[in-house]
Design a binder for this molecule. Structure first.
Ligand SMILES: Cc1cc2nc3c(=O)[nH]c(=O)nc-3n(C[C@H](O)[C@H](O)[C@H](O)COP(=O)(O)OP(=O)(O)OC[C@H]3O[C@@H](n4cnc5c(N)ncnc54)[C@H](O)[C@@H]3O)c2cc1C
Length: 600
């Protein structure tokens, strides 16, 4: 496996020109932040990712984590790396300064997360989940709970987890059964959670679980779910760690990928999930976050953060696979390329170049999409005027399901192409290309599958406001189209982007006109709608990049020239996919296209 070199220049370019870092840094709370500071932080992060985390990626895959004497043991070397990670202050990057955070924008945190995930996605999952837990507590917990827990979580002294999933409650959290019973000023939690990422490990003195549970007598469905803090070790009023709470990892799953990340079955209260009347088995001690029955909406704070970060995992694994594939294509000698009389490196073969270009352009498109989404949330939370705040939140909300689903779907294609570029050696584990494909496979599943993101996009983000925010975005794509028209070099991009956005606009109108006559239409067409929109929006962002690159080309012809060519390639090879997705969508009303249950 080749090492990892973070594409810092590209990341700075996207932050500055696509995410609008200058505008973000101008908002209250970000006064200390500047593009120069961000650039130096990213340089430092790149050194840590490449030097400390990347070398542990293979050992994490080969050895993984396991249970020894009822305790989950992480891969050896991870604990030392985690200590260095917290010593470097990396857990605190985009956190609230009131509790020891550095207060940097989320879009900067996202760029760092790309590096951790590209270097070692299993390791990166630990701070990813911790960050989501921190956000949920910052936004919804009482002052007492925030004062007790946030400082140590932000410093990384304690890690955080997210406990939603149960055997019968995956995509459908309304089916959650874990029970909470009031016991003085705390609650007793009883139940089992499955698939809990970094649910147990020995890297820190405590683990803070955020757990969804149902208080006795609460309404059925999502309206009866509450959110609790359940620490692995109980925490005294002075913040010191006391006895073991009744929460244990029962097992660690065997998985396709991310072997270095322990995925645990967690038992709260030693019960079977139905609760127990035995006094000795009262349950794990938990503390209510915010109000009763508001848990799911609080958890959405965490899930939105995690969804965007999982989108970034897609970007990261795509980039890593691309770097690995380019490295291999430069050294593998095989066959004569057209017109050559001797055999040469496979990078000379047009079809290998096509694959590398696909990999690169999908990666750059998804990176632009994720960073822009994060920057919109920064504006949504920090902008000094209400209009900018509102606009940032609406755009961030619209883009989140696309950033998550489109970027991770793209990573399936990119990491698979990475294997293809290696030929047979890609199918052999030693080269490392296969690990990226295996590691990427989970990204379209956890934090809401692609199907769930597509439902969110079409239902909550488009139909609910009758397409208002999407149409605003479409108008911005049109503005870019106008700018492209003045540059002969980007004419082909203008034409291709124009066709793509025409199709998106037309199908949005069609959807708004037809969905109310047919209750299953939205759910039937949701995937194609999201993928078509994502393809168009990523193409738009690459076109914006190409416009900037045209202006700056003379300053750095290699870098900016590559950005222009990558955009031209995307316009020629990928933007046409928009039509296929959106045309397929229009067949959504045709019931004859689906077999009946017993025909499958
Ligand atoms: C490695 C790993 C780590 C994880 N980490 C965590 C964690 O830290 N915390 C946590 O709480 N959970 C975690 N999960 C759980 C993960 O979020 C769920 O697996 C995921 O939400 C899907 O739920 P499910 O597995 O029950 O699949 P199901 O919900 O059974 O879905 C199966 C299929 O049906 C489709 N489907 C289901 N409902 C709908 C619908 N309404 N519309 C359209 N399609 C639908 C899905 O898209 C999917 O294709 C993890 C899972 C894994 C494998």
């Amino acid at each position: 496996m080749t090492g990892y070199t973070a594409p810092v220049k590209e990341m700075n370019f996207v932050l500055e020109h696509i995410a609008g870092l200058n505008q973000v840094c101008a908002q209250p709370g970000f006064e200390e932040c500047s593009p120069e500071l961000v650039a130096s932080i990213l340089e430092e992060a790149a050194r840590f990712a490449g030097g400390i985390l990347a070398p542990l990626n293979t050992v994490g895959d080969l050895i993984g984590s396991r249970i020894v004497n009822d305790q989950v043991r992480e891969t050896s070397g991870f604990a030392e790396a985690y200590q260095q990670f917290t010593d470097g202050g990396w857990t605190a990057l985009a956190c609230n300064p009131e509790f020891g955070g550095m207060g940097l924008p989320e879009c900067v945190g996202i760029a760092a997360m790309e590096m951790w995930s590209a270097a070692n996605v299993s390791f990166g999952l630990c701070p990813l989940l911790g960050q989501g837990a921190i956000e949920a507590l910052q936004s919804h917990a009482s002052d007492d709970l925030r004062n007790l827990y946030l400082g140590k979580m932000i410093s990384g002294q304690w890690t955080g987890t997210m406990n939603l999933t149960e055997a019968q409650a995956g995509s459908d959290l309304a089916a959650i059964k874990t029970r909470a019973t009031r016991d003085g000023d705390c609650y007793r939690i009883q139940g089992s959670k499955i698939f809990i990422t970094w649910g147990d490990h020995q890297m820190t003195e405590n683990i803070i679980h955020l757990v969804l549970a149902r208080i006795k007598g609460a309404p059925d469905g999502v309206r009866g779910i509450s959110l609790f803090i359940v620490p692995k070790y109980l925490v005294a009023a002075d913040g010191s760690v006391a006895g073991h709470n009744d929460v244990y990892a029962l097992s660690v799953e065997h998985k396709i990928g991310i072997h270095g990340s322990p995925t645990c079955v967690m038992n709260f209260g030693g019960s079977n999930g139905e609760g127990s009347d035995n006094e000795k088995d009262k349950g794990a001690i938990g503390y209510l976050v915010g109000d009763e029955n508001m848990g799911l909406s609080y958890m959405f704070t965490m899930m939105n953060h995690a969804r965007l970060n999982v989108g970034v995992q897609g970007v990261a694994l795509s980039d890593r696979a691309y770097q690995q594939a380019v490295g291999y294509a430069r050294v593998r000698i095989q066959g004569n390329p057209p017109g050559a009389s001797t055999s040469s490196a496979i990078i000379e073969h047009p079809d290998v170049r096509r694959m590398l270009m696909l990999m690169r352009s999908l990666t750059e498109g998804s990176r632009a999409l994720c960073y822009l989404t994060a920057a919109n949330f920064d504006l949504g939370r920090h902008a000094d005027d209400k209009v900018t705040r509102q606009a940032g939140s609406l755009r961030g909300e619209l883009l989140t399901p696309i950033a998550k689903a489109w970027s991770t779907e793209a990573s399936q294609e990119v990491t698979s192409l990475g294997v293809q570029v290696h030929g047979g050696m890609g199918y052999i584990e030693e080269t490392g290309a296969a690990q990226f494909m295996r590691d990427a496979r989970i990204t379209t599943i956890y934090e809401g599958t692609t199907g769930i993101q597509a439902n969110d996009f079409i239902g909550r983000k488009v139909l609910r406001d009758r397409g208002t925010e999407l149409n605003r975005l479409i108008a911005e794509v049109r503005e870019t189209q106008v700018s492209l028209s003045s540059l002969a070099n980007l004419k082909s991009v203008e034409v291709s982007l124009g066709k793509s956005v025409d199709a998106l606009e037309e199908v949005t109108h069609w959807l708004l006109d037809h969905h109310s006559d047919n209750p299953v239409l939205a759910a039937t067409v949701a995937f194609n709608f999201l993928m078509g929109a994502g393809t168009c929006i990523a193409g738009w962002l690459l076109a914006k990049s190409a416009l900037i690159a045209e202006e700056k080309r003379d300053q750095d012809p290699a870098f900016y020239g590559a950005k222009i060519t990558t955009c031209q390639f995307y316009a020629a090879h990928l933007l046409p996919r928009t039509h296929a997705y959106l045309e397929a969508m229009k067949t959504g009303e045709d019931k004859d296209l689906m077999l009946l249950d017993d025909q499958f």
